[in-house]
Write a protein of this length. Structure first.
Length: 469
C-alpha cells in the first residue's frame, strides 16, 4: 500500500490561504442559510457522515510529513463540527475564530433553532457554516451546502437522491485546472499578453479604503477572534431584471456593470473620508481584486468541493472613474482580454514558480505577515446565480428539499490585512443580494452604511426608467 494513501499534498493556492490566515484575520468563508423548517438532529448527523465522504477535503486535517504539509483525509474530526443552539433569535453572523488546521478540520456548522415545544411560532432555523478557504472556494462551499441538504432529505431512504456522482479521487488533479502539457504550450504565447499587467500590478500602489496604524497592527497580532460585521442590501426582482437588461443593452456583462458601480462608489466614499485627497490625483489607484472561477465544464463537473479559483486585479484612477462610459467599456474590454487569454492563470503560475524555487510560505501560528503596502483596496466576489442548475430549484427559484425550503442564502468572503472591505454578491430567488463585509476595527458602522448607500445609489442610477418597465 502506498504510504501516502489517504493523503493529499497541499496545492500552492492552499498554502497561500494558510499564509494569509491569522487569529486577527481568519481566512474563512461564511455561508448563512435561512430554512423554512427545523432540522432533525439524528438525520442531520447521519447526513454529515455521508456528506463528508462526498466532499472529503472539508473534513481533512493538516499533517506535516517529510517536511511537507499534507491533508489527511477520512478524519474523525468532522463528526464534531456541528453545534446546536436553542434560541428564538439567532445572530446575524457568529464571531469568527481562528482555526488551527493541524488540530481540527476547517469546517464549522452552527444550527440555531427554537425549541419545538417551547416556541411553535418560530418554525424555521438558521444554519451558519464556516469553511477555511484553504479547503474550498466560495463556489465549492455552495456546492457542498446544496449537497448536504439534498442528502439530509434522502438520508431516510424514502426519497431518491437527485445528485450527480462525484469522483473524490480527482482531488489529486485539483491543482492542474484541467491543463495538460499540450494545453500549456498552446496557452503560453497568449499568456505573454498579461506580462504588461503583471508589471503594472507590481509598480502601482493602490490606496486603502481604511487606515491601519502601526499601533493597530501590533494589537491585531494578539487577537483571538474577530466579530463579523456586515452591511447588506437586496435588489428587488424588478431591479435585478432591469440590471441584466441594461447590461445586455450596453453589451457588457452584469459583473462589468456592478464593478463599474463599485469603483464609482468607492472613489466617492474615499473622497468623503479624506477631503482633498480621494483618488483624484493621477498616481492614486483604486484596486479591486476579483476572484475568477477556473472550473472546466467537463473535467471539473464531477469534482468535490475544493479550490479551483484564481484572481485578477483591476486598477483605476480618479480621472478614469469619473468618465462613466469609458470606465464601463474599459472594464469590459479588460475582462474579455483576461477571459480570452486565460490570464487568471498567471496568478496561479506565479504561485507554482514560487513553490518550485523553494520560496516556502511561512507556516505555523506566525505564518501570517502584514504586507508592506496595501495589496488591494477591496475584494469583489460575484457568485452569480446561486444553485442555478440544481434539480431542487422550484418555480419560485428557491431550493426545496422535501419539507425544507431555503428562504435565503448569503455568502461572505474573508478579510485580509490592510483590506478592510470584501463585497460578495449573489442572485437567489430572483434577487441580487450585496453583502459588504467590513473590518470593524478600522471602519465604523456609519461608514460602512455610507459606502453601502453609495453602491446602492450607483446601481439604481445605472438603470434608466425604460429598463424597469
Amino acid at each position: 500500500m502506498n504510504r501516502l494513501d489517504g493523503y493529499l499534498r497541499c496545492s500552492a493556492f492552499e498554502e497561500l490561504m494558510m499564509m494569509q490566515d491569522s487569529p486577527a484575520y481568519p481566512c474563512v468563508i461564511c455561508v448563512r442559510l435561512e430554512l423554512s423548517s427545523r432540522l432533525d438532529r439524528d438525520r442531520f448527523h447521519l447526513a454529515i457522515d455521508r456528506w463528508i465522504s462526498r466532499h472529503p477535503l472539508l473534513g481533512a486535517l493538516l499533517e506535516t510529513r517529510w517536511g511537507r504539509d499534507y491533508w489527511r483525509l477520512n478524519s474523525a474530526e468532522s463528526a464534531r463540527c456541528v453545534r446546536w443552539f436553542t434560541q428564538e433569535e439567532p445572530p446575524a453572523w457568529p464571531d469568527q475564530y481562528y482555526i488551527n488546521l493541524y488540530q481540527r478540520c476547517g469546517l464549522s456548522i452552527d444550527v440555531y433553532q427554537a425549541d419545538a415545544e417551547a416556541c411553535q411560532e418560530v418554525p424555521g432555523c438558521v444554519v451558519l457554516m464556516q469553511v477555511h478557504h484553504a479547503l474550498s472556494d466560495g463556489l465549492g462551499c455552495l456546492q457542498a451546502v446544496h449537497d448536504l441538504l439534498a442528502i439530509y432529505q434522502a438520508v431516510d431512504g424514502q426519497t431518491e437522491l437527485a445528485l450527480p456522482k462525484l469522483e473524490p479521487h480527482k482531488l489529486k488533479q485539483r491543482n492542474f485546472f484541467g491543463l495538460t502539457m499540450s494545453k500549456v504550450c498552446q496557452l503560453l504565447p497568449r499568456q505573454l499578453v498579461g506580462l504588461a499587467g503583471v508589471r503594472q500590478y507590481l509598480m502601482r500602489r493602490p490606496v486603502p479604503l481604511a487606515g491601519y496604524s502601526v499601533e493597530l497592527k501590533k494589537s491585531l497580532n494578539a487577537e483571538s477572534s474577530i466579530p463579523i460585521e456586515v452591511s447588506s442590501f437586496r435588489c428587488s426582482r424588478e431591479l435585478t431584471q432591469a440590471l441584466r437588461y441594461q447590461a445586455r443593452f450596453e453589451r457588457v456583462t452584469l459583473n462589468d456593470l456592478l464593478t463599474a458601480c463599485i469603483f464609482d462608489a468607492c472613489a466617492q466614499y474615499r473622497q468623503q473620508q479624506t477631503p482633498g485627497l480621494g483618488v483624484d490625483q493621477e498616481q492614486q489607484w483604486l484596486r479591486i481584486m476579483v476572484p475568477m472561477n477556473l472550473r472546466d465544464a467537463q473535467s471539473d463537473e464531477t469534482q468535490s468541493a475544493c479550490n479551483i479559483v484564481s484572481c485578477v486585479f483591476l486598477d483605476r484612477t480618479g480621472h478614469q472613474i469619473g468618465d462613466r462610459p469609458a470606465l464601463l467599456k474599459g472594464i469590459h474590454d479588460e475582462m474579455q482580454l483576461i477571459k480570452h487569454n486565460r490570464l487568471a492563470l498567471l496568478f496561479i503560475w506565479s504561485l507554482w514558480v514560487r513553490k518550485m524555487f523553494s520560496l516556502r510560505f511561512k507556516r505555523g501560528p506566525r505564518r501570517a505577515v502584514w504586507p508592506g503596502r496595501c495589496p488591494t483596496s477591496l475584494v469583489f466576489s460575484n457568485m452569480g446565480k446561486l444553485f442555478d442548475s440544481s434539480p431542487y430549484l422550484g418555480s419560485d427559484q428557491r431550493l426545496t428539499f422535501g419539507d425544507v425550503t431555503v428562504e435565503r442564502c448569503d455568502v461572505l468572503a474573508p478579510l485580509a490585512p490592510m483590506v478592510g472591505v470584501a463585497i460578495t454578491v449573489g442572485q437567489y430567488a430572483g434577487q441580487l443580494t450585496f453583502c459588504l463585509r467590513y473590518d470593524p476595527r478600522v471602519i465604523q458602522p456609519s461608514q460602512a452604511h455610507e459606502l453601502r448607500q453609495l453602491i446602492s445609489q450607483r446601481i439604481e442610477q445605472n438603470v434608466p426608467q425604460v429598463a424597469t418597465r
